[in-house]
Design a protein around this ligand. Sequence first.
Ligand code: 0O2
Length: 222
Amino acid sequence: MKNNEQEITDLVDLKNFVDYNQEIKENGETFQKVMCIYKMALKELNNKVEIYQEEFKTFYNYELIDHINFRIKSPKSIIKKMQDRGAELTYKEMIENINDIAGLRVICQTQKDIYSIKRLIQNIPGIQTLKEKDYIKNPKESGYSAYHIILAVPVVLSTQLIYVKVEVQIRTMTMDVWASLEHKMKYKTQKAITNKQSKEWINCAKAINKIDEKITNLTIKT
Ligand code: 0O2
């Protein structure tokens, strides 16, 4: 058998790495191991995106990527999301249906850059795109706009190669400010926001989308 054939038969999904139907125990050893694999995938992807960031800055004198953030979803948020969706608390449900356990956010200057970054990320050798959502062309009702991609990122371990889901959100600096504040207002404060405030947030997002479009057009022309 040729080397590459060997590799292909060894490809496994994370769901085969743990007992598929086991119930999730937040403080258990299995949960820690699964989270560790998600962290590895995130590190792997972050490294690659950082290389693009440096490449564009150094070789093309262009700040394609302003900054990168990443996080692993907290056990509490994972369980809450599963409960909200009425899912059984098993690893199978978690791995198959919760796409944003590992999340990487790439922040850039213009909407045009979002599409360049998206293409670069999707062309990283070995990485597969599982799902993508273009909230730039079709902003959410809230006005939120970004490009979201769910990727399968290969993590090479000593005896096997595992594909792990990572959610990438690419958004402009202006939308990032709006989204961070709006998210904090909606989910992290104890007080519910009023209808009037909610409409104001939507208006702000719409205004930002218009400005982002104008900035993109200006930078294309110059
Ligand atoms: P957090 O704390 O940011 O992680 P999926 O199962 O992935 O296909 P889902 O989860 O509905 O479906 O994904 P979607 O809509 O593509 O992305 C959800 C995430 O996008 C949110 O994560 C936010 O980070 C961001 N987002 C989407 N809509 C809004 C919005 O209206 N306002 C803000 N501020 N952010 C938004 P979480 O899980 O809410 O939280």
